[in-house]
Design a protein around this ligand. Structure first.
Ligand code: UDP
Length: 415
């Protein structure tokens, strides 16, 4: 089987933690590698943003193909809609040049789903889409105040024209039904994965030493570390966490480390620093910028608690990486976090977007080391089923079923 994976607006090899690089990049890279390992020929297509990158690169057993569509430089994803057709034409030219036939298209995020829709009709093959986020869902969750009419219109149409949708949670499948009238039969729920070889419990003292943090567990050098990781965006709710720090009962030995952000995070970073100043916790907050994915394990292992105060997460890879590392997670009760963090067993879910309840749970965990350890151990155990190979196996089955199934008349008769 040969699968074309479309990831138009961002490359699976892009550095993580920037404005547009996060869970989806991790997903595409791991799933491409795992599908390739199971014997599928996988070509991942992305828009070329740098003329110096080779047209075809190896990607852990798969191939990454750069397609020229629009200027060969970074563009904001809001500005890419005009290049979708050109991207689809570029993918088709590559296929024709290589004289390949694909059996299935797997597209990620609405821009690539739009391109995949055109290609699936042209090639008469099934199309499986993963939206990662949906405009109407974000608006409803008040995770965003404005979504472009082009995106909203395209998603409302595409959810019905693709053959199958992969959702990360039952909750997303439910939203597809409620908000878009998509039949649950056309939606496969496949949770995301975590690299269990990279993310597993490790000694805290070693990790702290590696980061230059105090390693003493008791006494004057003792430090409580709260970690937050993600793109530096209002959506991530880091301001709530900074305010929570100020509301903690015992905050003398607490350090909040915030990982993530690139040059384009400057405005939000300045806002967060101003919040820290305003509530008097600047000394206790460190912004360390983006950390390469391979180094993140050290940060998780150094932490006592990982906080995910997001306004919305369709899945939330950071939470499962932290849990797999044996660290309890205090998270907002939103989206995918409700199906990964077990409230009271592996962390806490906070239903209100306000600092007080976050402060309360952080205090509780810092006051009670044995509770923290018990939650951490349960957290690591709870993540055992979440491997990328398991994700790829479910996707593999779905691909096989779709390739074997006769094409719906609407597609077979068109184009
Ligand atoms: N990440 C990283 N380095 C950073 C910031 C984030 O490697 O500096 C990774 C993080 O480990 C996770 C992903 O980016 O795998 C973020 O995914 P998540 O689902 O939490 O959030 P999204 O970016 O999809 O909103």
């Amino acid at each position: 089987m040969r699968v074309a994976v479309l990831s138009l607006h961002t490359s699976p090899l892009a550095p993580l933690g920037g404005r547009e690089t996060g869970g989806m990049n991790v997903y595409v890279r791991h799933v491409a590698a795992s599908l390739a390992a199971s014997g599928i020929d996988v070509d991942v297509f992305t828009r070329r943003i740098d003329p110096a990158t080779p047209a075809v690169q190896p990607l852990e057993g798969a191939r990454l193909i750069q397609v020229a569509a629009g200027p060969e430089t970074h563009l904001e994803k809001e500005d890419l809609v005009g290049y979708v057709e050109e991207f689809a034409r570029g993918v088709e030219s590559f296929r024709a040049r290589e004289a390949l036939d694909y059996d299935l298209i797997h597209s990620h995020y609405w821009l690539a789903v739009e391109a995949g829709d055109a290609l699936a009709r042209r090639w008469h093959i099934p199309h499986v889409a993963m939206f990662h986020t949906l405009g109407d869902v974000k608006l409803r969750a008040r995770a965003s105040e404005h979504e472009s009419p082009a995106r909203l219109e395209a998603e409302r149409r595409l959810v019905h024209s693709v053959d199958h949708i992969v959702a990360a949670t039952q909750h997303e499948r439910q939203l597809l039904k409620q908000l878009y009238r998509v039949s649950p039969q056309r939606v496969a729920v496949i949770p995301l994965g975590v690299d269990l070889e990279a993310f597993h419990p490790r000694p805290r003292a070693e990790a702290r030493a590696a980061l230059g943090l105090p390693t003493q567990e008791h006494g004057d050098g003792h430090l409580h570390v709260v970690l937050a990781v993600g793109r530096i965006e209002p959506l991530k709710g880091f301001d709530i966490l900074i305010r929570a720090l100020a509301e903690m009962t015992e905050r003398d030995h607490v350090r909040l480390i915030i990982v993530g952000g690139d040059d384009r995070a400057a405005t939000e970073l300045a806002r967060l620093r101003a919040v820290a100043d305003e509530v008097g916790v600047s000394d206790a907050v460190s912004f360390v910028g983006a950390v390469p994915h391979e180094r993140l394990q050290t940060y998780y292992s150094a932490a006592d608690v990982v906080a995910v105060p997001s306004f919305y997460e369709s899945f939330g890879l950071v939470a499962i990486e932290a849990l797999a590392s044996g660290v309890p997670v205090v998270a907002s009760r939103v989206g995918g976090l409700t199906s990964t963090v077990a409230d009271g067993r592996t962390g806490y879910l906070i239903p209100w977007r306000c600092p007080g309840p976050f402060a309360e749970k952080l205090d509780l965990l810092f006051e009670n080391e044995s509770l923290r350890a018990a939650l951490g151990a349960a957290a690591a155990r709870s993540m055992q089923p979440y491997s990328w190979d398991a994700v790829a196996a479910s996707l593999y089955d779905l691909c096989q079923d779709l390739v074997a199934a006769p094409l719906p008349a609407a597609i077979a008769g068109d184009g």
